[in-house]
Write a protein that binds this ligand. Structure first.
Ligand SMILES: [Zn+2]
Ligand SMILES: [Zn+2]
Length: 511
C-alpha cells in the first residue's frame, strides 16, 4: 500500500526493489535485505512529549566533550585543541538542510590532518562547503580565516556557499593575507528550456568572478588596511606543482597575485570520476572528486585521503551507484563516509505545517501541495532515509563510521531514521556505533593504525570573541595609504560633517 502522498508509481520508482535489477558498469546491485517486504507505511509521527523534538540526546548527553576554551585565571579564553600527529579531525560546522534552524547552521565540514608543531596548527586543512551561518561555528572553535583558505564546494546551492561572502570579505581583516582558493564544479551544460536555449555559465569560475565584483565596495573600503604580506608569494606555477592542481591557478579579477582579496577558483570537470582536485606531496593530503546526482547536473562529492585514512563527503545527492563504489574504495573501504539524508516527505510536510499527524489525501489542498513539493524535491535531489539504508547495505567493507548529514536532527527524527536504516542493515547496531547523525560541533577523529574512530562534542564559548590571528611576517603597504606608507583611514570618506575627537567632544582613545 502506498504511503500517504505517494502514488504507487512513485513508491516503485523510489524503492530498493525497483533499483535491484539495474546494472551499472557491468555490475549488478544486490537486492536490499528488505527485498519485496519493504514497509513503506509511515509510523514515525511526532511523539506526545514535545521535549523529544527539542533535543538531540545522543550528541548533547552521550558524547564526551572536547574543550575549546580554558580558564586563564578568571578569564575564559578560546583555545585550539592540538591534533595528534596521526589524526584526521572532521568537525561539523553546519549540518542542516534548509530552512534554517537555530541549533543547526547550513552545511560545512572542516577537515584537518596532522599537526605542525612549529606553526601550531594542523598540517593541512580544508573547508567542504560553507552554507549560511557556519562562520559563527568556525569562530567559536577558534578557527580563523587564515586556516579556511581552501574551500571545496560540492555544488552552488545557497545552503552550501552563502558564507563564502563573509569568509572572503573578512579574511584580510583577520589573518588571511593570501588568496582564497575555491574548488568547485564547472558549468552544468544544462540548456535553458526556453528558446533560444541559452547555456548559462553557472560554473564555479563565473560564480567567483561575479562574487568578487559584487564585493567591490567592501574590498575597496577595507583596503586602507594591509591585505598582503611583504614576503613574495609563490607563483601560480609553484602553487600548481606543490598542490597538484588540475590547472594553473589564476585570480578572477585585477587583484595582485598573492593578495588577500585575490579569489582563485579551481574549476573541476564535474563529470570526471576520480579527477584529482588537490594532491599535496608535502602534507600528504589528496582530494579527488566524483559526480553525484542532485537537482541539476554539476554536483560533485569529494574523497580525501591522508596517511592511510580516508573520508568521503558526498554533498547533496540522490541515491546513486558511484558513491557506493567510492565507499567500497576498491575493496579497502573508507574510514569515514559522510552522506546526506532527508526525512520522509510526509514528515517534512508535517514539520512545515506544525502538524502531529499526516492529513488524509484530498482533504486539504495546502497539505497535498506541501507533500507533493517535498516529494518533488526528494525526487530531484535527495536521499530518503530508507534509500540511505539501502545504500549502506551495498557497501562492503563498511566504513569505520558512517555519518548521515544535511538532516534535521532531534530524538524523534533520528529514531525514525534509524528504524528505516535498520530495515536494510539490521546489524547496524545502536546509534553512534557504526552510524551517527551529524550536528553542529560534532568532532570526529580518525587515527592511523586502525584505532577506533571517536566522536566528541565541541564545548565552546557562546560568548567568545574572535580567534587569535595567526600572522606570518610583515605587512605590505595598504592600497589606501598616507605618503608615509601608513594606512590612511580618511582616504575614502568625506569628513565635512564629521564630529572630530577633541577636548570639547570625545576622546580618541574611545573613552
Ligand atoms: Zn543542494
Ligand atoms: Zn543542500
Amino acid at each position: 500500500m502506498a504511503p500517504r502522498g505517494l502514488t504507487r508509481r512513485d513508491v516503485l520508482r523510489n524503492s530498493g526493489a525497483a533499483l535491484g535489477g539495474l546494472a551499472v558498469a557491468g555490475a549488478l546491485l544486490e537486492p536490499g535485505r528488505a527485498g519485496a517486504s519493504l514497509a513503506c507505511e509511515g509510523n514515525c509521527y511526532p511523539p506526545a512529549d514535545e521535549a523529544e523534538r527539542q533535543r538531540y540526546s545522543y550528541f548533547q548527553k552521550q558524547l564526551p566533550g572536547l574543550k575549546y576554551y580554558q580558564d586563564r585565571g578568571g578569564f575564559l579564553s578560546a583555545i585550539y585543541p592540538p591534533l595528534e600527529a596521526d589524526e584526521m579531525r572532521i568537525t561539523f560546522m553546519g549540518s542542516a538542510i534548509p530552512p534554517t534552524r537555530k541549533v543547526q547552521q547550513m552545511m560545512s565540514v572542516f577537515v584537518e590532518v596532522g599537526w605542525d608543531p612549529v606553526r601550531k596548527r594542523a598540517k593541512d586543512a580544508f573547508v567542504f562547503d560553507c552554507g549560511s551561518g557556519v562562520v559563527a561555528n568556525y569562530g567559536a572553535m577558534e578557527i580563523g580565516f587564515g586556516r579556511m583558505d581552501k574551500i571545496f564546494l560540492t555544488h552552488l546551492h545557497g545552503d552550501h556557499m552563502s558564507d563564502l561572502t563573509h569568509i572572503y570579505c573578512f579574511g584580510c581583516a583577520s589573518d588571511r593575507l593570501s588568496p582564497l582558493y575555491v574548488w568547485g564544479p564547472g558549468p552544468s551544460g544544462v540548456p535553458d528550456p526556453k528558446p533560444p536555449h541559452q547555456l548559462y555559465d553557472d560554473g564555479t569560475k563565473a560564480f567567483c568572478s561575479h562574487l568578487r565584483e559584487a564585493m567591490r565596495w567592501h574590498t575597496e573600503s577595507f583596503s586602507f588596511q594591509p591585505t598582503s604580506y611583504t614576503a613574495s608569494y609563490p607563483t601560480p606555477a609553484e602553487i600548481k606543482a606543490s598542490w597538484g592542481l588540475p590547472a594553473l591557478p589564476a585570480a578572477v579579477s585585477d587583484d595582485p597575485w598573492g593578495d588577500g582579496y585575490a579569489m582563485v577558483p579551481i574549476e573541476l570537470d564535474w563529470a570526471k570520476l576520480g579527477g584529482v582536485a588537490y594532491d599535496n606531496k608535502e602534507t600528504g593530503a589528496k582530494i579527488t572528486h566524483f559526480p553525484v546526482i542532485h537537482c541539476r547536473k554539476g554536483s560533485v562529492g569529494y574523497k580525501l585521503e591522508w596517511n592511510g585514512l580516508s573520508m568521503i563527503y558526498t554533498g547533496d545527492t540522490k541515491p546513486e551507484r558511484i558513491s557506493i563504489e567510492q565507499a567500497k574504495n576498491g575493496g579497502r573501504g573508507v574510514t569515514v563516509f559522510i552522506h546526506e539524508m532527508v526525512v520522509p516527505a510526509e514528515i517534512w510536510a508535517m514539520q512545515a505545517q506544525h502538524l502531529p499527524r499526516p492529513v488524509p489525501r484530498g482533504a486539504n489542498q495546502l497539505w497535498d501541495d506541501s507533500v507533493d513539493r517535498a516529494i518533488a524535491i526528494q525526487d530531484s535531489s535527495h536521499t530518503p532515509q530508507g534509500a540511505f539504508g539501502y545504500l549502506l547495505s551495498q557497501v562492503s567493507p563498511r566504513p569505520q563510521l558512517m555519518v548521515a548529514t544535511h538532516f534535521p536532527v532531534s530524538d524523534d527524527t533520528v529514531d525514525c531514521a534509524m528504524r528505516s536504516v535498520r530495515n536494510h542493515v539490521p546489524d547496524v547496531g545502536n546509534l553512534g556505533e557504526q552510524l551517527t547523525f551529524s550536528f553542529d560541533g560534532m568532532v570526529i577523529s580518525a587515527f592511523a593504525g586502525g584505532r577506533k574512530v571517536t566522536q566528541r562534542r565541541a564545548e565552546v564559548l557562546d560568548f567568545g570573541t574572535l580567534p587569535v590571528p595567526q600572522l606570518y611576517g610583515a605587512y605590505s603597504v595598504p592600497k589606501y595609504h598616507f605618503e608615509s606608507g601608513l594606512p590612511d583611514p580618511y582616504a575614502q570618506i568625506d569628513r565635512t560633517q564629521e564630529i572630530q575627537a577633541g577636548e570639547q567632544t570625545y576622546c580618541r582613545s574611545g573613552y
